[in-house]
Ligand binder design. Structure first.
Ligand code: ADP
Ligand code: GLC
Length: 488
């Protein structure tokens, strides 16, 4: 099976969130199963050519690509995904991608990803390589399914190429004014109220991806059902319901060569489920780093997140005063909206013994917090999959989550399971999106933490679970086959 995997983030090159982790891991798992996978990524200026061994592809040369009536010269740089044979293709167009940020609010944000989408297709043409499936990820790649079926439909190369549109987050839709139709060379016939491209008087890249792809999937089973509802569909539930038969959910996996306390190269102390003493040492190390007191009996709650509305920081802020009255400490790593960045700066200054905050992006620290914290809090309003709670399970860091999307699919509440006669709970969860519900579940966790034997049982229940990519990659293989059959 030949797969083109198109993404705007990929570890270790460019990352703002979980999409990068997925793009850096799923292709490797697919390759192990015998697929030929080529990743496509924009060549952002932040990607250092010598660090990552990028090479200019002379055979492809300079490709003239037209966006918004202007022809840009685009070329291809290539490398191999570390630890694999997966080819990574970087679409280089300095005008659009040398901006210091992966995503911008610039006026031509639409043009940046129009160029990327065309660049991917035109590179495939120059390779003369017809993928069985092009897997498109999130709105930035939403025009590709349309382009394959319409604008580039003249090229017989793609006659049997299917498209799979993977929704990692329906909250970000790529909506632009009607003038984008011209910039992207989308046929005006496709733009009419409630049509496949139009959404609330705008051009929606996400909707276009949903409308024209052969199959659609999201990154957990629960989220694949949630997005069909008005509450979670962010306005696109109607079109998703119309394509209900084609919507699947596949839970993301974890790259345990990166995220496992036994092999994690970024940890000062490794540990395993047989010997958790290294975890305590990491906690001490972490707290010292933040000039906070260490006490084995005071639970340390970690949070690593984009500081945005989706992640539940409004209900967290509402619960903060009560939470600080508990005998706990917090460590927060994140960046995003000003209001939350300043909230955590202020709280950490006012309660330096109880709250530590690092505002910014720091990969090393994210590993250290996963390892050193006793609990991990993710009170998300919605969560398509969520990776940190899955990492937390492996690190013996008990997750406390809101029961939604992938959080609901991976975290089993200890008390609730016990109520049903099971002792395989691996965390704590709450359903109501309120500060009170959040507070209550943290309070429950803090109480159980006092019972060391029970706590260890909960930790081990999580550490024993296996979310490696193989299982999920197998499911993707099935989807690819189905997508291909639809195209034949
Ligand atoms: P999302 O993709 O919605 O942001 P996920 O839980 O799927 O949420 O993935 C987030 C990923 O980004 C994780 O790998 C997490 O460790 C990482 N991450 C988020 N914020 C930061 C940060 N400030 N510094 C380092 N890593 C971060
Ligand atoms: C998105 C989602 C997150 C998911 C990630 C990777 O950014 O918000 O829940 O884990 O994509 O699929």
């Amino acid at each position: 099976m030949k797969i083109a995997f198109v993404s705007t983030e990929c570890v270790p090159y460019a990352k703002t969130g979980g999409l990068a982790d997925v793009a850096g891991a799923l292709p490797k798992a697919l390759e192990k199963m015998g697929c030929e996978v080529k990743i496509f990524l924009p060549k952002y200026s932040s990607i250092d050519e010598s660090t990552h061994g990028l090479r200019y592809n002379w055979a492809v040369g300079e490709m003239p690509i037209r966006v918004n009536g202007v022809v840009r010269s685009v070329h291809l740089e290539q490398s191999k995904l570390p630890g694999s044979n997966v080819e990574v293709n970087f679409i280089d167009c300095p005008h659009y991608f040398h901006r210091g940020r992966i995503y911008t609010n610039d006026i031509d944000e639409d043009e940046r990803f129009i160029l990327f989408s065309k660049g991917v297709i035109e590179t495939l043409q120059r390779f003369g390589w017809a993928p069985d499936v092009i897997q498109c990820n999130d709105w930035q790649t939403g025009l590709i399914p349309l382009y394959i079926k319409d604008n580039y439909n003249w090229d017989r190369l793609f006659d049997n190429t299917a498209t799979l549109f993977t929704i990692h987050n329906i909250g970000y839709q790529g909506r632009f004014s009607k003038s984008t139709l011209l910039a992207a060379e989308i046929s005006g016939d496709l733009y009419y109220p409630d049509g496949p491209v139009e959404f609330e008087d705008s051009v929606s890249f996400m909707k276009t991806g949903i409308a024209f792809s052969d199959l659609i999937n999201t990154v957990s089973n629960k989220y694949s059902h949630e997005i069909l509802t008005e509450e979670y569909g962010a306005g696109l539930h109607t079109i998703l319901r119309a394509r209900k038969e084609d919507v699947y959910g596949i839970l993301n996996g974890v790259d345990y060569t990166e995220w496992h306390p036994g092999v994690d190269r970024l940890l000062p102390f490794s540990y395993s489920k047989k010997d958790l003493s290294g975890k305590t040492k990491n906690k001490k190390f972490l707290l010292e780093h933040f000039n906070m007191p260490f006490d084995e009996n005071v639970p340390l709650i970690g949070m690593i997140s984009r500081l945005v509305q989706q992640k539940g920081f409004d209900i967290f802020a509402g619960a903060l005063e009560d939470l600080l009255n508990l005998n706990v400490q917090f460590l927060i790593l994140g960046s995003g909206e000003d209001r939350y960045e300043s909230l955590f700066r202020i709280v950490s200054q006012r309660f330096p013994q109880k709250v530590g905050a690092y505002i910014g992006f720091n990969n090393e620290l994210s590993h250290l917090i996963e390892a050193g914290a006793d609990m991990f809090l993710m009170p998300s309003r919605y969560e398509p999959c969520g990776l940190n709670q899955i990492y937390s399970l492996k690190y013996g860091t008990v997750p406390i989550v809101r029961k939604t999307g992938g959080l609901a699919d991976t975290v089993k509440d200890w008390d609730e399971e016990k109520h049903h006669g099971f002792d395989h709970g691996n965390g704590f969860s709450f359903y109501d999106y309120t500060s009170y519900a959040l507070y209550s579940s943290v309070e429950r966790a803090v109480n159980v933490f006092k019972h060391k034997d029970i706590w260890k049982k909960i930790q081990l229940n999580g550490m024993n679970l296996d979310f490696s990519w193989e299982k999920s990659a197998q499911k993707y293989m099935e989807l690819y086959k189905m997508a291909k059959e639809k195209r034949e």
